[in-house]
Design a binder for this molecule. Structure first.
Ligand SMILES: Cc1cc2nc3c(=O)[nH]c(=O)nc-3n(C[C@H](O)[C@H](O)[C@H](O)COP(=O)(O)OP(=O)(O)OC[C@H]3O[C@@H](n4cnc5c(N)ncnc54)[C@H](O)[C@@H]3O)c2cc1C
Length: 491
């Protein structure tokens, strides 16, 4: 075996890369993490503006310290290193015909359920069969969830009810979890995520901002001898004799290694290696992989706190004739518009309020909002200009929360192009391998590739879960595979 500079090189320091790098280093292997950006964290990174610590994305963590993040911290001997904070009231969801506030405490759930059902104006006779149909797989064992991976959420909801308000609500929830239209979302994946979130009951926001999580992992990695280098863009994964030999950076550095863990998208990983090194069917398969929708964002600083909740979800109805009752078709058209790049008449947004969890993230007395809305990926032909999306999203927010309009200190606007460049994933999808029915469960792309020594981790491959936790679990699974292969001298 040739001597190498590192046992493993990890490309990227987001949730997937930080997890994999830390857990491999923990086993005593020599790990190098290369990050093209000036700051670590990928989608969970941040920037500073006039005393505010602003998340690059817009994050909440569905299972806090009780999911894969907690597992990584405890494997690193750093349990409790990241504190997940809660807020009362936790969440407010306002739509055209509903407005309800969710609190963290479990005992409020039945009450919330009843309020929601009343606001959706369900007929009494609809309730029991619907509740039974929707919750059946939820309470049954994992085996039955497994069988539901190929089933589409939209069909499941329509089998249970044709209530347009509920249909709108469930489609927005699917988008919050997976950033894809409900039509494509998998029943099995959705139920798995909801079940895990209910079991964990640790929905929260990390003290210090989203970056606190990958940062804690990277500190764990460095504490075990790993090297983390920022401003280091990998330009090529070099291959020789049918296996990975090392990576080259745009600065002209070369690092030899036994294994590479790439956390950019599958397609971008293949480009870094060169298509010619893979079987043609594999290249074809990866080219057919679908990413999720992208996101436009606005970071808003208010001169005083006007929002009470920890996170807001809003849906604004700007149909030409708002007196016409909402229909199932209106909701389906809304998502079709989003996919095709047209600003929809019914627009939804998601807005964590980081300073409501950790007041140190905004200057004293101010409030920081991280507003985002799903949109078509960057480069979509014929799409409305992204500035138009951002305007529509910000207007929708101020329509629903008019008290915030006059309190604005500044707004930073981000097109989806920004995500594309920051994450290094072509098109800038929020989840690089979308969790649609054909890409979850047994059909999810694995952490291994046909090329010896090349692994993929993060939200592009493996695991189940919501965003950050999907990427983290994928990093855990990938690290376990790489460590086993290194111990067994397969690499
Ligand atoms: C706006 C927005 C809102 C979100 N909201 C939530 C939420 O509320 N809850 C939730 O759980 N998840 C949410 N997510 C999703 C979640 O952030 C991601 O799924 C997860 O963080 C992805 O982690 P990752 O490690 O797979 O990829 P990334 O975080 O994208 O990390 C990839 C890293 O690789 C680096 N890289 C790429 N190419 C190269 C190269 N050639 N050389 C060197 N480095 C390279 C990138 O710079 C980046 O740092 C959101 C995402 C966005 C964008």
């Amino acid at each position: 075996m040739k001597p190498c500079d590192f046992d493993v090189v990890v490309i990227g320091t987001g949730m997937g890369g930080a997890t994999a790098g830390a857990l491999i280093a923990r086993e005593g292997f020599r790990v190098l993490l290369l990050e093209k950006n000036p700051r670590v964290g990928g989608a969970c990174s941040f920037y500073n503006r006039q005393g505010a610590h602003v998340d690059t994305g817009a994050h909440m963590f569905s299972r806090g310290s009780r999911g894969p993040i907690g597992e990584v911290l405890s494997r690193l001997g750093a349990a409790g290193r990241v504190r997940f904070l809660r807020r009362a009231p936790m969440m407010r969801i306002r739509g055209p015909t509903f407005d309800f506030v969710g609190n963290y405490q479990g005992w409020t759930m039945p009450l919330l359920g009843l309020t929601a059902l009343r606001q959706f104006r369900f007929q009494a006779r609809e309730l029991l069969p619907m509740a039974k149909r929707m919750t059946e797989p939820f309470w049954s064992g994992g085996q039955s969830i497994h069988g539901l991976y190929p089933e589409r959420m939209e069909e499941k909801v329509l089998e249970a009810t044709r209530n347009p308000s509920f249909f709108l609500f469930s489609s927005v929830m699917m988008c919050l979890c997976f950033v894809i239209p409900q039509r494509d979302a998998s029943v099995g994946e959705a139920l798995w995520c909801v079940k895990k979130a209910f079991q964990a009951r640790d929905f929260g926001y990390p003290q210090g901002g989203a970056v606190a999580v990958p940062r804690a992992f990277l500190e764990g990695a460095e504490g075990r001898g790993a090297r983390v280098v920022v401003n280091a863009r990998v330009s090529r994964i070099r291959v020789g004799e049918g296996r990975v030999e090392g990576v080259e950076t745009t600065d002209g550095d070369f690092y030899s290694t036994r294994a590479v863990v790439s956390t950019t998208s599958l397609r971008d990983t293949i480009e870094l290696v060169g298509r010619e090194h893979f079987p043609a069917e594999y290249v074809e398969h990866v080219n057919a992989v679908r990413g999720s929708l992208g996101a436009v964002q606005a970071k808003i600083l208010l001169d005083k706190p006007v929002i009470r909740e920890g996170v807001l979800v809003g849906i604004r109805d700007k149909r030409k004739d708002p007196t016409r009752p909402l229909s199932i078709e209106d909701v389906q058209n809304m998502w079709r518009d989003v996919e095709e790049g047209r600003v929809p008449e019914i627009l939804c947004f998601y807005c964590p309020v980081p300073s409501n969890f950790d007041s140190s993230l905004a200057p004293p007395g101010k409030q920081l909002l991280t507003l985002t809305s799903a949109c078509a990926v960057a480069g979509k032909e014929g799409a409305d200009p992204q500035d138009q999306w951002i305007d529509a999203m910000v207007e929708a927010f101020f329509d629903i929360y008019p008290e915030a309009r006059s309190r604005v200190v500044w707004i930073d606007r981000f097109q989806n192009r920004f995500l594309e460049q920051w994450l290094g994933k072509t098109g800038g999808p929020v989840i690089s391998t979308a969790q649609d029915t054909s890409q979850v469960g047994p059909r999810r792309h694995p952490n291994v590739t046909p090329l010896q020594g090349l692994f993929v981790a993060g939200d592009c491959a493996g695991a189940a879960g919501i965003g950050t936790e999907l990427a983290c679990q994928s990093g855990i699974d990938c690290a376990d595979l790489v460590v086993r292969a290194l111990y067994n001298r397969i690499l």
